[in-house]
Design a protein around this ligand. Structure first.
Ligand code: FPP
Length: 280
């Protein structure tokens, strides 16, 4: 829940951003962009008007994350469940996606942002796929930030696909079942190499994960705000980061261990037990 104090209202975006930069920042931010339809309905506009306005929020959030030095930003742009929407809306979202890729390529180049995708992208229209491949190819050498679009994505289908690939490798004798652990399974996921999200933001006042990065959110901090996605801009993102900076990330350990800066306490990837063994 959004718990940042209202006194922040006095500060300009710039001042807020400078303050955010003084605290710890998440390496990987994942966002469930929700509320486009409601934003449009409130203005007696067609639902797609909300998606159009939502693109402006995407642009602002991407730029702000880049400025703050966030390494990974993953946004839920189209879920496998979204295919069930009215055909007109699906077509419009596909057109919008294509437009976004075409229009944003220069900005991604300038900001040295690498674009990648996760999800069953083979289900997308071929024109969209061509643009995805082109933007992925042209930005693959960028190291400024990785922007991942989750498209035709769901956490469960990602896990199903990963298990299928893993089983093929086991059957072919390339993978020993006894050696399968969390790290190995992680390598079969679409998100391999990205690292788990530290912070998940969901807009529009819904308190659900909706099949997003199910495996990867195990230790993520969750931030829910009532703000609808098309209204979620730089300031709202900065508020989310300020809220994140007040959280105590314990990864299963005690607050005391953290305060005594136990060398193991801050590392979420370290699964050693009390005797130095790796937890199974
Ligand atoms: C949820 O709002 C939003 C989506 C299903 C799509 C998000 C897409 C965009 C912001 C534009 C395209 C993005 C890119 C990166 C090109 P909703 O329609 O479910 O809203 P509602 O819950 O109010 O109906």
């Amino acid at each position: 829940m959004n718990t940042v104090s209202p006194s922040i209202g006095h500060e300009s975006d710039q001042e807020l951003q400078a303050r955010v930069l003084q605290g710890p920042l998440p390496r990987h931010v994942a966002i469930i962009m929700d509320g486009n339809g409601r934003w449009a309905s409130l203005r007696h506009l067609p639902r797609v008007a909300g998606h159009h306005e939502g693109i402006k929020s995407v642009r602002e959030v991407v730029t702000c994350c880049r400025e703050l030095g966030i390494a990974n930003l993953t946004i839920y742009a189209f879920s496998t469940e979204n295919w069930r929407r009215p055909i007109f809306e699906v077509q419009e979202l596909m057109l919008l996606l294509e437009l976004y890729l075409k229009r944003e390529l220069p900005a991604l180049m300038e900001q040295e942002i690498r674009l990648t995708t996760i999800g069953r992208t083979d289900q997308l229209p071929s024109t969209v796929m061509e643009w995805i491949r082109r933007v992925e190819r042209e930005t693959e050498h960028h190291r400024g930030m990785t922007l991942t679009l989750a498209l035709s994505y769901s956490g469960r289908s990602e896990l199903v696909d990963a298990v299928r690939r893993l089983v093929v490798d086991v059957q072919a004798g390339r993978l020993d079942p006894a050696k399968i652990d969390e790290e190995v399974l992680g390598r079969y996921l679409d998100t391999r190499g990205l690292g788990d999200p530290d912070l998940v933001i969901r807009t529009s006042g819904e308190y659900r994960i909706s099949n997003f990065l199910l495996w990867q959110v195990a230790y993520a901090e969750l931030y829910f705000t009532k703000t609808l996605w098309p209204d979620f801009r730089r300031r709202d993102l900065l508020m989310a980061f300020l809220d994140y900076q007040r959280r105590e990330r314990r990864f299963g350990r005690t607050g005391e261990q953290l305060r005594n800066s136990d060398p193991m306490a801050q590392d979420p990837t370290d699964e050693r037990g009390p005797f130095g063994d790796r937890a199974g």
